[in-house]
Design a binder for this molecule. Structure first.
Ligand SMILES: Cc1cc2nc3c(=O)[nH]c(=O)nc-3n(C[C@H](O)[C@H](O)[C@H](O)COP(=O)(O)O)c2cc1C
Length: 203
């Protein structure tokens, strides 16, 4: 089958786009407002987008509280979502009033970041401390502004729980992430395997 996204006539009960671009890591974004209120929400339009320096991005579909806070304070954290934190992660996605503390709502402890003024999930096995470098309201092909707002951040600090470090590596099997698929679906990771990069012969 084929469908163009202008008509979006896929003929299915739900748009399959997000099921195709999957799995997506979940950035569990922690922020503070200018008023000092704490916020925590999951974002699966999230990924690493550079490593020299380390950069991540999350994208807000509409102007949500996390975007507002990141713009107000210029900082955010991204906590790692392990399988055991799936329920509180989901609870923190509730559409609550601005200023409502999703750490409290989800029964989570908030830890203060070291280098920035933002909270992260104390129970998370890893968390990134980020400074906002750019916020882009994404333009469409005609150059018109959409209501998707991408927030780029430079990772300035990284927390890792000692118990997920094995043989000198961040052990993803121990960290046990859950990832976002399409629809209401999630997945864990399967067996991990190595694949060497191709080497180009000289001459
Ligand atoms: C797993 C998961 C991933 C999500 N990813 C996004 C996303 O990438 N962008 C977005 O705008 N909303 C996303 N949402 C919805 C937000 O978490 C939800 O709208 C939340 O209330 C936003 O909170 P805030 O207004 O405090 O930022 C996601 C929800 C879940 C459960």
């Amino acid at each position: 089958m084929f469908y163009d996204t202008e008509s979006n006539a896929h003929g299915m009960a739900h748009d399959p786009f997000k099921a195709i671009v999957a799995p997506r890591p979940i950035g569990w974004i922690g922020t503070k407002g200018r008023d000092g209120s704490r916020n925590l929400s999951p974002y699966s339009f999230f990924n690493a987008v550079g490593d020299r320096p380390k950069m991540v991005m999350f994208s807000s579909s509409g102007r949500k509280h996390t975007l507002r806070n990141a713009e107000e304070t210029g900082v955010f954290t991204a906590s790692f979502v392990s399988r055991g934190l799936m329920q509180p992660m989901n609870a923190s996605s509730a559409a609550v009033a601005y200023g409502a503390d999703e750490f409290d709502l989800a029964g989570l402890a908030a830890a203060p970041a070291r280098l920035i003024d933002a909270p992260y999930v104390a129970q998370a096995v890893a968390a990134l401390e980020c400074r906002v470098t750019k916020v882009i309201t994404l333009p469409d092909v005609d150059g018109n502004e959409t209501d998707s707002h991408a927030v780029f951040g430079q990772v300035v600090g990284i927390h890792i729980a000692e118990d997920v470090i094995r043989d000198g590596r961040f052990d993803l099997a121990l960290a046990d992430p859950i990832m976002r698929l399409g629809y209401m679906d999630y997945a864990g990771i399967g067996p991990i395997f190595e694949l060497e990069r191709p080497s180009v012969k000289a001459g």
